[in-house]
Design a protein around this ligand. Structure first.
Ligand code: UDP
Length: 497
């Protein structure tokens, strides 16, 4: 239950309904359903597609979570995140009954719900797993585990090459997820998830063949996992202007004002900065970012996500939801005064969005010349489709692996140079100094030869993305193939019965 997983999952339901004339039922909580209600209503009313919500409420009170706290976006500490996981687990018996009662022909579930494999077996239907990531990331993780090159380095920041991949990919031990390096509380869970993935009918990937063909083949042939690339999912459903404005949540800025502001800018002159839906920075890191932006001189749109409380005063785990609401209130004033004043004096310089931004809409505007991103997979895909060069600043989860795909394999971005992976979006990390940030921004926005080459490459991938979803394209064909296989499975099962 996080936007980065839910948005593509909803897009899968929409793609099934559009392409297979299939009836798709989305199971989620009422609050999460409300984020997508308008989009789905447009689909059903305007296009006659059969998509419905089946809602189920989380027992939030039982674990001490406030009303509406049913998405990772709303959990501000490790403690509240664990509570959310616990309530989701508590739903399992009810969800199982729901699935059995509704008798679907197929279940698509997030890979974090391994138990859906067992329900699918009981019902004699396929379970398709969706992780929200890419093929490259899976292949990299697999080889790290097989060959453990990180066990042979002498220090955390010593670069090493990941063996046996189609390309030479370099990482440091400090950029790896903890569970790759040592036994953590999560190792057992991930083992279970992997087993469930293997026991599933297959894996759905929000990617396209032209972007990472060598890794699609590696995943299928070397790792032996059945999969379908069905992305970029958001393109598949041909989003309207309203879809883009409301994608994932209500926009915190008037989209038309935002577009007007962008219209006044030269092509490729604006840097878009957004760290996804979950990342949090300290006030001191925001000051470094503001200084780098100011010194680089380029125009920008900066989506100021949620801010974290300084660890000098409090242990992060002890922050209550009330405390967090207070922090978020304060966040409105967390940019340095001189920066706010510069923006007030010179409205042309930049836009700061405090809250949810219409990211798709912004990225597609010709004025956007670069995207400073945390390397969440959705953000990378959206940047690629818009043909925008990336400035990479990964923080947690699979983001460092995604960064290496961008900078070392596809060569469509430059690194800010973060070296240290963190477990949670809410954890603090090493401060990145303004000079480092400024250098990376200038390499992309400065208009040099390197920037031009990156721009040329990313535009090529953008064209491939649009081709992939058109009739006869690789993702279009994979969706049709998938629907055929599900249908054949059903016929075979009925004959057996
Ligand atoms: N997003 C958005 N507006 C925001 C922040 C995020 O539309 O202000 C969307 C973004 O377009 C992407 C998703 O939220 O589709 C974030 O997913 P991603 O995988 O990039 O990162 P995560 O949030 O999972 O870390």
């Amino acid at each position: 239950m996080a936007p980065g997983h839910m948005m593509p999952m909803v897009d899968i339901a929409r793609a099934f309904a559009t392409h297979g004339n299939t009836k798709a039922t989305i199971i989620t909580t009422p609050t999460n359903a409300s984020r997508f209600n308008d989009t789905i209503t447009r689909d059903t009313d305007n296009s006659g597609h059969q998509i419905t919500f089946l809602t189920i409420s989380l027992p939030l009170k039982e674990v001490g979570l406030p009303e509406g706290c049913d998405n990772l976006v709303s959990t501000s500490t490790r403690e509240t995140t664990f509570k959310l996981f616990r309530t989701i687990e508590m739903l399992r018996p009810m969800l199982e009954t729901m699935l059995v009662d509704n008798k679907p022909d197929c279940i698509v579930s997030d890979y974090l719900y391994p138990w859906t494999v067992d329900v699918a077996k009981r019902l004699g239907i396929p379970r398709l797993a969706f992780s929200g990531g890419c093929f490259f990331n899976c292949c990299l993780s697999y080889n790290l585990e097989q060959f453990r090159p990180h066990d042979r380095v002498e220090f955390e920041r010593q670069p090493f090459v990941v063996p046996n991949l189609p390309d030479e990919v370099t990482l440091t031990r400090s950029q790896l997820q903890d569970l790759v390096k040592r036994n953590t509380d999560f190792n057992e869970l991930f083992e279970r998830l992997r087993k469930a993935e293997k026991n599933s009918f297959g894996v759905l990937m929000n990617s396209f063949y032209g972007l990472e063909s060598a890794y699609v083949d590696y995943f299928r042939n070397e790792m032996g996992i059945k999969s379908w690339h069905i992305g970029p999912l958001f393109l598949f459903n041909k989003p309207t202007l309203d879809d883009k404005v409301e994608r994932g949540d209500k926009s915190s800025i008037d989209a038309h004002k935002c577009l007007q502001w962008l219209d006044s800018k030269k092509p490729n002159s604006v840097l878009y900065i957004c760290f996804g839906s979950l990342s949090r920075f300290t006030k001191s890191q925001l000051i470094e970012m503001a200084s780098a932006l100011n010194d680089s001189g380029c125009s920008f749109i900066w989506v100021l996500g949620k801010v974290m409380k300084s660890s000098e005063n409090d242990n992060n785990d002890q922050i209550s939801q009330d405390d967090q609401e207070e922090i978020e209130e304060e966040q409105q004033h967390w940019l340095p005064n001189w920066f706010e004043e510069t923006l007030l004096e010179n409205k042309d310089k930049g836009l700061v969005i405090k809250g949810w931004a219409p990211q798709l809409l912004i990225l597609e505007h010709p004025a956007i010349g670069g995207f400073l991103t945390h390397c969440g997979w959705n953000s990378i895909l959206e940047g690629v489709c818009a043909g925008v060069p990336l400035v990479t600043w990964p923080l947690f989860a699979d983001q460092f692996y995604n960064e290496k795909l961008v900078t070392q394999v596809l060569k469509i971005g430059v690194e800010v140079g973060n070296m240290v992976w963190k477990t949670w979006a809410t954890d603090e990390t090493e401060l990145i100094q303004k000079e480092k940030i400024k250098i990376a921004i200038e390499r992309v926005m400065g208009g040099g030869e390197e920037a031009e080459e990156i721009r040329r490459k990313v535009k090529e991938f953008s064209e491939l993305a649009y081709k992939a979803i058109e009739e006869g394209g690789s993702s279009y064909n994979d969706v049709n193939e998938l629907l055929k296989e599900i249908s054949m499975h059903k016929q075979y099962y009925m004959l057996k019965e």
